[in-house]
Structure formats: structure tokens, C-alpha cells
Design a protein around this ligand. Structure first.
Ligand SMILES: [Zn+2]
Length: 219
């Protein structure tokens, strides 16, 4: 294997290969002294330093609303990605983009404690994996197991937001414990997939009917 690599090839690999990104990325590397004007190739050993320099200098975003929102507080200028998987927020994943948008919306409303009722075990696991690292406190309720009225009331009192996730693995007997009386902080999502949950919650928050979190709940 050659000790050096074409700079353009390296930029492509690092996610800075978009025609609009290449120039600024190259300039940043020259500024950092990692290469010089006119050079076509670079030593492979410099690739790690190049990546650090570029990531510190620019944010690579696909421009989807969730990804834009996730970078709202980030002062780095944006560059378009080489390919969808180069977006540093979503890595090309619809679920991650939807999650990013959801997390922004929840943070904006001060929502920290979320109960999700229903969904398959795998879907609940995914919710846990995507949302828990962002600092949300989660209670994931198996929609097919017995739940008492007291437990449901406890969940409703604890949560800033309750998502009743129909469409899969949710018994009517369980869901009505949460939806009876239409508490204002309860959202129903009727389709599978975390993107559907994000969509339902975003609509709910945008509707302004919920004065979330504390103090604004229905009776
Ligand atoms: Zn993205």
C-alpha cells in the first residue's frame, strides 16, 4: 500500500468530498499546515490529524430539519456531505434524523420524563438506545402485559409526556388506562417506527394544546 493518498480521495473518505466542501476543507488543511497549495497527495499518517482539523472547523450536515436543529447551538460553519451517510448528525438514517428533531423539540419544551406505552420489545429497545443518551428519563411500558390503574396513574403523574404507541403490541385494556379523560400530556402515535412517534409528538407540541411540561396538564 502506498504511503500517500490523493488529497481528494482522502477528503471524499472523510465526508468532505462534496464539490462545495472540497475547497473550504482543503483551505483548512493548508491553514493548519497539513498540506500546501498545489500538492495533490498527502501522507497517510496525516489522515487522523486532517480529520480532527476538519471536524473541528466545519459541521457536515445533510440539511434535514432534525439535523439542522441538532446543530443549532454549534458555531461551526456547515458544509454539505459527500453522501447521506456523511451527515454527522443522522449518518443517513431516517430514524436518527427524526430522533434529532424530536430531542430538540422536547428540550425546547423542558420535557425530561417520557413514558412510552406499547411498541414491540425491539422498538422499545431502539427508543431506549436513541433517547436515553440524550438525558431523557424513560419508562417503557409493555402494552401487552397487565398494568393496574394505580400504575398508570403513577406513570401519568410522573411523566412530562406520555406516548401511547398503537399500531402494534398494545392492548386496548392497557391503552385506555392512559387515554381515558384525554390527559393533555398524552400523545397517540398510530403507526410503527420511531419516525412515526417523532412525527406524532412534534405535531402535538406544535399544536400548542399542551402546555408542557408541569402545571399545564389536564385534570
Ligand atoms: Zn442528517
Amino acid at each position: 500500500m502506498a504511503d500517500d493518498v490523493a488529497i481528494d480521495t482522502m477528503l471524499e473518505r472523510l465526508g468532505f468530498g462534496h464539490p462545495e466542501a472540497r475547497g473550504p476543507a482543503r483551505a483548512a488543511l493548508e491553514e493548519a499546515g497539513l498540506t500546501h497549495a498545489g500538492k495533490q497527495r498527502i501522507h497517510r499518517a496525516k489522515e487522523v490529524s486532517c480529520e480532527e482539523t476538519l471536524r473541528g472547523r466545519y459541521a457536515v450536515s445533510c440539511g434535514r430539519s432534525g439535523c439542522v436543529a441538532a446543530l443549532a447551538g454549534d458555531s461551526r460553519p456547515r458544509l454539505p456531505p459527500s453522501g447521506p451517510s456523511d451527515c454527522e448528525v443522522c449518518r443517513g438514517s431516517d430514524n436518527r434524523a427524526a430522533t434529532a428533531e424530536l430531542l430538540q423539540a422536547l428540550a425546547g419544551r423542558g420535557v425530561r420524563k417520557v413514558v412510552v406505552v406499547g411498541g414491540s420489545p425491539a422498538a422499545r429497545e431502539e427508543i431506549q438506545r436513541l433517547l436515553a443518551p440524550a438525558g431523557l428519563k424513560l419508562r417503557l411500558v409493555d402494552g401487552t402485559a397487565r398494568r393496574t390503574g394505580d400504575q398508570a396513574r403513577g406513570d401519568l403523574a410522573w411523566a412530562d409526556l406520555v406516548v401511547v404507541w398503537g399500531g402494534t403490541e398494545l392492548d386496548h385494556k392497557v391503552s385506555t388506562l392512559y387515554t381515558d379523560g384525554r390527559p393533555r400530556h398524552v400523545v397517540s402515535a398510530s403507526r410503527r417506527g420511531i419516525a412515526a412517534v417523532a412525527d406524532a409528538v412534534l405535531r402535538h407540541l406544535a399544536g400548542g394544546s399542551a402546555r408542557l411540561p408541569r402545571g399545564g396538564r389536564g385534570a
